[in-house]
Design a protein around this ligand. Sequence first.
Ligand SMILES: *Cc1c(COP(=O)(O)O)cnc(C)c1O
Length: 402
Amino acid sequence: MTGTTWRDDVARDLIKNVGPRMELFVRGEGAHMWDAEGRRYLDFLAGIAVNSLGHAHPVFVEAVTAQAATLAHVSNYFATPPQLALAARLKRLAGTGETGRVYFANSGAEANEAAFKLARLHGGAERPRILALHGAFHGRTMGTLALTGKPAMRAPFEPMPAGVEHLESTIEALEAAMGDDVAAVFVEPIKGEAGVVDLPVGYLEAARELTTRHGALLIVDEIQTGAGRTGAWFGFQPSGITPDAITVAKGIGGGFPVGALITFGAASDLFYPGTHGSTFGGNPLAAAVAVAVLGEIEASDLPANATLRGAQIRQAVAELGSPLVAGTSGRGLLIGVQLTAPVANDVVAAAQERGLIVNAANESTIRIAPPLNIGDTEIAEFQPLFAESLAAVAALSPEVSA
Ligand SMILES: *Cc1c(COP(=O)(O)O)cnc(C)c1O
């Protein structure tokens, strides 16, 4: 069945769990995508921090095709070389040392579901409480929705799995809530979906100290911040702490669905045979692609490029002197442009009309998360497109005095 337009097809055939699709894309190369009419767009969203190497990168294409032609899936009754290579690489990059372990999933939510079960295995009956942050996003499955600190997302699906409490993102709030009945604290190093919100200085260090003192796990959700995006391999690393577990997905596969729970130390021995599983998780196709993507991020030192290019984008945005821009947040190539008015959706639409893809993380925050391998050319292309988009919206916004 074909409608008159692709929008008709969307409206008729797709479950209405999200709003109308903004565009129909047919092809990508590097930091660019093309729609069905052949219009070219600069992609500064990268599938929400997923396409780490951009689109159709030769390393990605080669890994998919070579492994698909070799061995794509065997089930978890069996091991495969790509799966073992990916586990070893993730342990090394996360810095788990010998005692770390990896559980493979296919998405961020599934990685966090595994982390939720890890917290329950650790907590047992004595520790029914799990702490997470207001505004945090951990996924849309029932377990991860319970962790997600957005009441409006949870409301239609109550009752939630029990025990999760949401706190203000302050060290004082965590101190006040901690106790020996807490199984785990879940935290994102930067709250991406909340609007690229940075944690207070010293938060992770304090969370580590408090969870250790009370015997709770510290679980860091690196699904958006991982794979080099913030300038370090993982967002927690500059703090110097050792978490009990991190979860990864998005940028690890560069566009191929893959997720993982990575445990450190004693938390590595909580799961035992029969306690969790996934048919697809860790299949050799996904694992080989992730190994190749992480290999390219490492070989080209893309975490360092994320720091360099992130600073250039921040400067390019500041140079515009737009009355709509209050400032920026985030680290490396996970950037929030904080607006002075709730017009983020208008800016996104204006940018799209001009051939620039960015995203409204909330009504007054533009999220910028380009491929990690962008350079001067892409930033030079971005700046005037973003400037024109802001100017077009500022001209129409009574709230903004130019
Ligand atoms: C995207 C995201 C998730 C959920 O990942 P999915 O692959 O969409 O299930 C969880 N946590 C964070 C921090 C994310 O950014």
